[in-house]
Design a protein around this ligand. Structure first.
Ligand code: TTP
Ligand code: CA
Length: 384
């Protein structure tokens, strides 16, 4: 492997694009109603308790200028936008409509490339090594072509990162938004990485940042140079290796056309406070059934079950349990979720009426076709 440049098809240096639709839910709303374009648009997840309770899902750039970002409360967004003379609009999330748009946009991109991997409702990677002849000038033209085609067919803008690997392409697509193309060619990889902030590396959130600071690491450059053994002591082998490779711009994962979301999840807002675990049972059971239906449709099994609780003060607590073996049992899923809830209440000294939203997620998924089902399930059932 050349430095930071995996080889595709044995000889061809890789060129990857990461395509991310801009302010996606809010942009879909602008497309549906172009009159909104000049106003701050805030897409909200309403909890249904009172007219203002809930959180911001996303917002357009007119709203972002006032500090309205994903995750803040609707009340805070309203107070920030009270300074705006542009007549802000607050809309509820319409996921079915955004999903439709996402499908149309992704199909357009897919039809223009050899290898395509969707990784979220509004983002995908494509391998353009062959189409560009591994030439970064040509890659920029391809990215430009994709932007134009998407805009003319859907009215949506996107931002595109082009780089020798997925990691750098992802960072690059996020560096300038909206409607931007950022190309990082192989010779520029190290300079580009050094210009990034630690939190621009995917996977480095506030918690990891703080832990990195305890090791004296405040920049990508310092992360790239720290002794790997020290990093491993704090983060373990897998994460430490990822972090140091990332800081050096190294990632050799290919664009995977068979990728499916690695998680299945669902989250609901409680219409009423719950006061005892009995009240939580119907909500948890319905969440379990929802994710289980998707699991079965995908012909998959799970190993890890996570429970996420979002509290009245918008604080989030979560816990998960990983099984020794894969399972496709609904009973087991329901049992684990109940145990997790009881444990979390005890560990975090929560009272049930603090809970506003509940979510569950299944991860470490595997396809049925890839395993010896009889052995797996037999072993699984003997463990219960
Ligand atoms: P993002 O791509 O993270 O954000 P975005 O498309 O709104 O903005 P950007 O231009 O910076 O890419 O997320 C895609 C969609 O996922 C977003 O439109 C709404 C939804 N979302 C939430 O509902 N809650 C969140 O906290 C985030 C980050 C996103
Ligand atoms: Ca986006």
């Amino acid at each position: 492997m050349l430095f930071g440049t995996p080889i595709t098809e044995n000889i061809r240096p890789r060129v990857i694009s990461h395509i991310d639709l801009d302010y996606f839910y809010a942009q879909c709303e602008e497309v549906r109603n172009p009159g909104l374009k000049n106003r701050p648009v805030v897409v909200c997840v309403y909890s249904g308790r009172d007219s203002d309770s809930g959180v911001v899902s996303t917002s357009n750039y007119n709203a972002r200028h006032f500090g309205v970002t994903s995750g803040i409360s609707i009340k805070l967004a309203k107070s920030k936008l009270s300074r705006s003379e542009l007549d802000p609009v607050f809309l509820p999330v319409d996921l079915d409509y955004y999903r439709l748009f996402s499908t149309v946009a992704m199909e357009i991109i897919k039809a223009m490339c050899d290898t395509f991997e969707q990784v979220g409702i509004d983002e995908c990677y494509i391998d353009i090594s062959r189409a560009s002849d591994s030439n970064f000038m040509k890659s920029r033209e391809i990215a430009n072509h994709i932007q134009n085609k998407l805009l003319s067919r859907t009215n949506l803008t996107c931002s595109i990162g082009v780089a020798p690997n997925k990691l750098i392409a992802k960072i690059a697509s996020n560096i300038r938004k909206p409607n931007a193309i950022t190309v990082v060619s192989t010779p520029d990889v190290m300079a580009f990485m050094r210009s990034c902030k630690l939190e621009e590396i995917p996977g480095i959130g506030p918690k990891k940042r703080t832990r990195l600071e305890t090791l004296g690491i405040r920049s990508v450059n310092e992360l790239s140079e720290i002794d790997l053994f020290r990093l491993k002591e704090v983060f373990g082998y897998k994460i430490a290796s990822y972090l140091q490779n990332a800081a050096n711009g190294i990632d050799d994962s290919p664009v995977n056309p068979n990728h499916q979301n690695k998680q299945i999840g669902n989250i609901v807002t409680l219409k009423h406070d719950i006061t005892n675990t009995e009240d939580a049972i119907p909500v948890l059971m319905s969440l379990c059934t929802h994710v289980y239906d998707i699991l079965i449709r995908r012909e998959q099994s799970y190993r890890t079950v996570s429970l996420i609780l979002i509290l009245h003060n918008l604080k989030q607590v979560s816990a998960s349990r990983t099984l020794k073996l894969l399972s496709a049992s609904l009973d087991k899923l329901q049992h684990i979720v109940m145990v997790l809830l009881v444990d979390m209440i005890r560990v975090h000294s929560l009272s049930l009426n603090e809970i506003r939203r509940i979510g569950i997620a299944l991860s470490d998924l595997a396809d049925h076709s890839g395993q010896n089902k009889i052995t797996q399930y037999f072993a699984e059932s003997t463990k219960v």
